[in-house]
Design a protein around this ligand. Structure first.
Ligand SMILES: *[C@@H]1O[C@H](CO)[C@@H](O)[C@H](O)[C@H]1NC(C)=O
Ligand SMILES: *[C@@H]1O[C@H](CO)[C@@H](O)[C@H](O)[C@H]1NC(C)=O
Ligand SMILES: *[C@@H]1O[C@H](CO)[C@@H](O)[C@H](O)[C@H]1NC(C)=O
Ligand SMILES: *[C@@H]1O[C@H](CO)[C@@H](O)[C@H](O)[C@H]1NC(C)=O
Ligand SMILES: *[C@@H]1O[C@H](CO)[C@@H](O)[C@H](O)[C@H]1NC(C)=O
Ligand SMILES: *[C@@H]1O[C@H](CO)[C@@H](O)[C@H](O)[C@H]1NC(C)=O
Ligand SMILES: *[C@@H]1O[C@H](CO)[C@@H](O)[C@H](O)[C@H]1NC(C)=O
Ligand SMILES: *[C@@H]1O[C@H](CO)[C@@H](O)[C@H](O)[C@H]1NC(C)=O
Length: 762
């Protein structure tokens, strides 16, 4: 069984409503890599700089100071006016000044699926991952619920001696404690408070900041941490659905919590403070199920890009979610030093049978466990419009749009508008309030996400929705019955790429493929915060849930190969991924079932059983990322500011496509182009690999040399991939390069776009 069979997931609703447009009070002043100053010296110098924009007043400087960053990189966050921020940006040593932007958790489609797992001692065949107890995973998220059974510490050995983190318990009323599983916890409020102008708040009295501690009040952080590293839990279920046992990918790895996300989002100043602490604390991996809005801005104006650059330079692997926007080019977390994860489905569904009056049965998705006793009249919500609402408006079942005289006792067919944040759960409440008994929700884009509706209800895609509407339109007394959902397996090909998962190409640097990989992110059952809803487990969907699946697997690789660099681990995950579904057909993408490509799933779907034996890895060092920055236009001065060392750019800088990435993307080829890569042998010391190319349509691809002969473990060999335009093509075309030995397959996607200036020549 492929390991992704393990992530059996369910879902509920987290509202992450993002309202637009605020003027920032706090700015992050980023000053590049670290120097050897002590923390006191750093604070003193930062206050000097601040005093300079406050008319020389040290008092005002101290008042405006929010954070100083000194462990992994230099800089600070401070309350500034726009003029002061601009003045700051002109100072020597300052790399960038950016507003304390709010980032979103990637769970805007939060829903569920279910849990079942093999026994607690599950291992990847052929390897012992016992050393995972020495791997520390940091989660930058909404905190954690430490009493959850997913985080108990039975049989966990003492905390590794090298660990330098803290357990901040916060306000005493929140009773937050760590244990041998959750070995570190910190929380960051300053950036949030500065923007939300909550100077005083009492715990529990308002919804915004429930616990002034690392305790999770939303559920998101507990969910993501338990997917990656939750202990084995028997009898996990969601209202009886999906009953079984479940566990995280690395159930003995240690957890360090960095709570930066509050009810309205996560602010850059807080995120950067978390990175700074995590680098000093000694985490091995950082997992971030959050990201900037699309399109993403420049790397050094974004806390996650900045923080992850320095984390990676310190040997920490950073894994992030791709985003839930779903459209072409919407992927975020674009930096090549991160591993960015798209969301796919598993082979489980929460299928609710919709029985029409003519006995036709149509399956929808649901987590509503409320039973309907008999069939009732079914109408289109457009027929139940109230007052000033047009039938078209009412067909979306908006608040107050339904006439209760027309709705009472019936099932309504409602529409979902795009992938908006407007909640599906709320629609079921609107129908319920108007006296409706059930709801069918037609969602052309995301019919697959299961929702715990407030009444018997199910979501369906366009095709099933049309069949239901046609029955309603053409039947004199249309009736229907919605049965409670059942957990069913293998009803559709799996995995599929979900429609909400954000897609490539990379809008900043198309030479770098994003997303990098896909993992389960649809209807995932995992731990939850009882503060958000009285339950210990919940089912959610989103790239937020896909990210920690990869995090857990990265922790197992780190356990087996502690010396591997972040890029080697990333390469092992990417080159072993699968582009075929469980039936051996090409993976498809929702909502229309087209054949998926690298912009949907990166190098493919996570294959945990193969990651520990990749054969070859595409390794990169921090210096390679510096070269990459030169390739994309940084000069020596700006490069040194970013890195804080004496780096210089090689001129002419190599093309950005030459970064030793496990995927090859050539976004603007004229007639021919060559890319260099270097692979490191991490398999048998003596081994022979042959190149097998599946060329993108219209492109002639040759690899030199065609055969790689290794004599030693750790040996590196360079090769060149030559691309030549052979026939016209439009837009991006996709292929692959496979290095094949007797026992191993090392696969990289090839992505090519022929320059539009060249069309006339062909
Ligand atoms: C903390 O402990 C007190 C006393 O046992 C209890 O009343 C309170 O509900 C606890 N708070 C949380 C957040 O669990
Ligand atoms: C179904 O019947 C049961 C018992 O007869 C009743 O308690 C329940 O409210 C009914 N459900 C609905 C949706 O009417
Ligand atoms: C609701 O529908 C009933 C029956 O068609 C009608 O009499 C009533 O005026 C409507 N009410 C509103 C608020 O539209
Ligand atoms: C059903 O009828 C409505 C108008 O009454 C129309 O807008 C819709 O397209 C019809 N749908 C189908 C599937 O026949
Ligand atoms: C019931 O209605 C649906 C939708 O109009 C139609 O596809 C199906 O063939 C009908 N079934 C029967 C048995 O008439
Ligand atoms: C997968 O293949 C099996 C055997 O060929 C077939 O029975 C099944 O329907 C296929 N499943 C899907 C979802 O295509
Ligand atoms: C690709 O180019 C090489 C070298 O020019 C040539 O030998 C080969 O036939 C070409 N292959 C295709 C499929 O065009
Ligand atoms: C491989 O390529 C790298 C970078 O282009 C270069 O520094 C290195 O010397 C090459 N190694 C060999 C064995 O040619």
């Amino acid at each position: 069984m492929a390991l992704y069979g393990i992530w059996y997931l369910l879902s509920f609703v987290a509202f992450v409503e993002i309202t637009c447009c605020f003027s920032s009070q706090v700015y992050v002043v980023y000053m590049g890599g670290k120097t050897d100053e002590s923390q006191d010296e750093v604070l003193w110098r930062n206050n000097q700089l601040l005093a300079a924009v406050h008319g020389g007043s040290m008092k005002k400087a101290r008042e405006s100071h929010v954070y100083s960053y000194s462990n992994g990189f230099r800089g600070f966050a401070a309350k500034l006016t726009e003029e002061q921020a601009l003045a700051m940006a002109d100072m020597p040593d300052v790399v960038s000044v950016f507003p304390n932007s709010r980032r979103q958790l990637h769970t805007t489609h939060s829903w569920d699926f279910m849990g079942l797992a093999p026994d607690e001692a599950m291992e990847i065949p052929g390897f012992s991952t016992k050393n995972q107890e020495n791997v520390v995973i940091g989660f930058i998220d909404t905190g954690v619920w430490p009493e959850s059974p997913s985080f108990h510490d039975d049989q966990m050995p003492p905390v590794p001696a090298r660990w330098k983190g803290q357990c901040q318990s916060g306000e005493s009323s929140s009773n937050f404690t760590c244990n041998r599983k959750i070995i570190g916890a910190r929380y960051y409020l300053s950036g949030y408070i500065a923007e939300n102008q909550i100077n005083e708040f009492s715990s529990g009295s308002d919804g915004a900041v429930k616990y002034k501690s690392p305790r999770d009040s939303s559920g998101h952080g507990s969910h993501t941490a338990s997917i990656a590293a939750g202990r084995y839990v028997n009898n996990m279920n969601f209202y009886g659905l999906a009953a079984g046992s479940a566990r995280g990918g690395a159930s003995f790895a240690r957890i360090a919590v960095y709570k930066t996300c509050w009810d309205s989002g996560c602010y850059d100043a807080d995120i950067l403070a978390a990175f700074d602490d995590a680098i000093r604390d000694g985490v091995d991996i950082l997992s971030l199920s959050l990201g900037p809005d699309s399109p993403q801005g420049d790397y050094f104006n974004d806390a996650i890009s900045v923080g992850s650059f320095h984390a990676t330079s310190h040997g920490i692997m950073v894994i992030s979610s791709a985003g839930n926007v779903g459209t072409k080019g919407s992927v975020t977390n674009l930096a090549p030093w991160m591993l960015t994860v798209a969301a796919g489905s598993t082979d489980r569904d929460f299928a609710s049978a919709i029985v029409l009056g003519n006995r036709t049965v149509i399956l929808g998705e649901s987590l509503s466990t409320i039973k309907m006793n008999k069939s009732v009249t079914i109408i289109s919500a457009s027929q139940a419009n109230a007052g000033y609402f047009t039938p078209y408006q009412s067909s979306y079942c908006l608040e107050s749009s339904l006439n209760s005289t027309k709705t009472r006792g019936k099932i309504l067919v409602c529409h979902q508008a795009g992938s908006s944040s407007e909640s599906k759960l709320v629609k079921s409440m609107v129908v319920k309030k108007a006296g409706g008994i059930g709801m069918i929700l037609i969602d052309e884009y995301d019919g697959d996400v299961a929702v715990p509706f407030a009444i018997p209800a199910a979501s369906v895609g366009k095709r099933a929705g049309d069949r239901i509407l046609s029955y309603v339109n053409h039947t004199r007394r249309p009736r229907a019955l919605i049965l409670p959902p059942r957990t069913i397996m293998g009803s559709r090909p799996a995995p599929l790429v979900t429609s909400f998962s954000s897609k490539g190409p990379n809008s900043l640097n198309p030479d770098i493929l994003k997303p990098d990989i896909a993992a389960p992110g649809l209807n995932i059952l995992a731990a939850w915060s009882p503060a958000a809803r009285q339950m210990n487990f919940n089912i959610l969907s989103g790239t937020s849930m896909a990210c920690p699946h990869v995090t857990g697997i990265a922790a197992l690789i780190k356990a087996v190969y502690p010396s591997w660099s972040p890029s080697a681990i990333k390469s092992a995950i990417m080159t072993t991924a699968s582009v075929l579904d469980q039936n051996g057909s090409a993976i498809k993408a929702e909502p229309d079932g087209r054949v998926a490509n690298a912009f949907d799933y990166g190098s493919g779907f996570l294959s945990p059983v193969r990651v520990l034996d990749p054969g070859l890895v595409y390794d990169s060092q921090p210096s390679n990322y510096k070269t990459f920055l030169c390739s994309i236009g940084y000069d020596d001065k700006s490069l040194r500011l970013v890195t804080g060392d004496k780096s210089v750019c090689i001129r002419p800088a190599p093309p950005a496509s030459n970064l030793n990435y496990p995927a090859i993307s050539v976004p603007n080829i004229k007639s021919s182009f060559s890319v260099v890569r270097s692979v490191t042998n991490v398999g048998d010391s003596k081994s022979i690999y042959r190149a097998v190319v599946s060329p993108p349509s219209g492109i002639n691809v040759t690899v030199v040399p065609k055969v790689l002969i290794f004599n030693n473990y750790g040996q590196k060999i360079n090769f060149t991939v030559n691309f030549r335009v052979a026939a016209p093509s439009k837009g991006y075309v996709f292929g692959s390069l496979l290095w094949k030995s007797k026992d191993r397959r090392v696969t990289s996607p090839l992505i090519v776009r022929v320059s539009s200036f060249n069309k006339g020549l062909l």
